[in-house]
Design a protein around this ligand. Structure first.
Ligand SMILES: [Zn+2]
Length: 449
């Protein structure tokens, strides 16, 4: 069985009293979000000024970052501070939200989770960890400019968010709201046990309110197709020279190049980084140069992401089993620096990319393969991290203790096999990896086919 996320969206027909309550819930959610963001912003400012002080005192920026350890408050801390300040019955007069008990506590909880996510997205985007469009500094929600919305969760074992009938949606503490259309399909899935309600997002669009009910639906894991069964198992070695080496071809290729633009972009990135380091701290030029570095990082990350999605989908749909190496090994053995005998080419540029993009490829591919194999009826296998995949002959099992990173070709002294080292590794991975995903739950991240 595979778990798939699906949303059912309904237009609502609230009563006048409910209409008012909807606005109040959305207002509480907005207030809670802004409160969390305010706290995060304050902490960030503190951090920034301490770092600036150290830099002014002559410290390198990196060292200053290392020394100033201030933790940005996340939901538990935000909640604690909010509870101290909220006021209300039995909690003192005044206060930020003396009315808090009139709305479901989930209005606050989910807003704080969203604020955590928005903050993380911004940071990840800034540091190049996040692919896709550049994410700006999280903004406060304004009453008339932001969308009115709030999200409710519940304990799945004692569901309070549920359809009472085809036309009546129970929103827990909020009460039962009439649906403008029939919820028959969702009702059937839930009452048969095939679907479970996870959360409900209520939002206003124009003058109409909608409820989007997020469900998790259990479906049969698809059986492998004929093509997948015929092709069998593929081993993949993720590297730096190539994005991936495969034990069996896809579209006639066994070596998948890094996207062509990657090396060009990394050169531009290295240049932009040098330009940045020449600028004066706090100057306008520095801000511009930093923005350029960020933009290039983003561009490269996005192109890379597209390629990774293409590759993971191809593998999951073409083969019955996709075998990969354990992550730590891939990270340790591959380095842009190469070796003393054969230094890697374009080291500086690749090193600049390594931390954010190249190093992320094995982990990202594995994450994608975990859910895509379960979607497309294939399996994922992982090679034990201690297996010497690049030192072992994939034909006879002989081990070459002297094989180094500089040796691009694996030569077997026993059976005479001569093969590209990454292809040899890919074949070992295919042969020796063990299946980890007999059944999996699909947890797709953002974006991607
Ligand atoms: Zn051999």
């Amino acid at each position: 069985m595979v778990a798939v996320q699906r949303a059912f969206k309904f237009a609502l027909d609230p009563t006048p009293t409910q209409l008012e309550r909807l606005s109040r819930y959305a207002g509480a959610s907005r207030m809670a979000y802004n409160f969390a963001l305010g706290l995060k912003g304050q902490t960030h400012q503190q951090w920034r000024s301490l770092v600036d002080e150290l830099i002014a005192a002559g410290l390198e920026e990196k060292e200053a970052h290392r020394r100033v350890q201030i933790k940005t408050p996340t939901k538990p801390t935000v909640q604690k501070i909010f509870n101290q300040l909220r006021g209300g019955p039995g909690e003192g007069p005044g206060g930020l939200a003396p009315w808090h008990h009139e709305v479901a506590t989930w209005c606050f909880q989910s807003a704080w989770m969203d604020a955590d996510q928005a903050w993380k997205n911004w940071l990840d985007s800034l540091t190049g960890k996040r692919a896709g469009h550049k994410v700006g500094y999280p903004r406060f929600k304004k009453k008339n400019r932001s969308r009115d919305s709030f999200r409710l969760h519940h304990d799945v074992r004692e569901p309070t968010l549920r359809l009472e009938s085809y036309r009546r949606l129970n929103l827990g503490k909020f009460g039962v709201v009439r649906l403008h259309e029939s919820g028959k399909r969702m009702h059937r899935l839930v009452s048969s046990g095939a679907a479970v309600v996870k959360s409900v997002t209520v939002s206003r669009s124009g003058s109409r309110w909608y409820a989007s009910v997020q469900c998790e639906i259990q479906t049969e894991r698809p059986a492998p197709t004929r093509r997948q069964r015929v092709n069998g198992r593929v081993g993949m070695d993720v590297g730096v020279h190539y994005l991936a080496a495969l034990s069996q071809p896809i579209q006639d290729y066994v070596l998948i190049d890094n996207p062509r633009h990657l090396s060009r972009a990394s050169k531009r990135l290295a240049r932009a980084q040098r330009a940045l380091s020449r600028t004066q701290k706090g100057s306008m030029r520095r801000r511009k140069a930093a923005a350029r570095v960020g933009k290039l990082h983003q561009e490269v990350a996005q192109q890379r992401a597209t390629t990774l999605h293409w590759l993971s989908k191809r593998l999951a749909t073409t083969f019955a089993c996709v075998a990969i190496e354990d992550l730590n090994v891939a990270g340790m053995t591959r380095s842009a620096r190469g070796t003393v005998e054969e230094p890697g080419s374009n080291v500086a540029a690749k090193a600049g990319l390594n931390s954010s993009i190249l190093d992320a490829a094995p982990a990202e591919l594995r994450r994608q393969l975990e859910y895509k194999t379960s979607w497309y009826g294939s399996q994922l296998a992982v090679l034990d991290r201690w297996f010497p995949s690049s030192k072992t002959c994939s034909a006879c099992g002989w081990q070459n203790p002297n094989q180094t990173l500089a040796d691009r070709v694996f030569s077997c002294a026993e059976c005479g096999l001569r093969l590209d080292r990454d292809l040899n590794a890919a074949r070992n991975i295919a042969a020796h990896a063990e299946v980890v995903s007999a059944s999996g739950t699909g947890t797709p991240g953002r974006g991607g086919p």
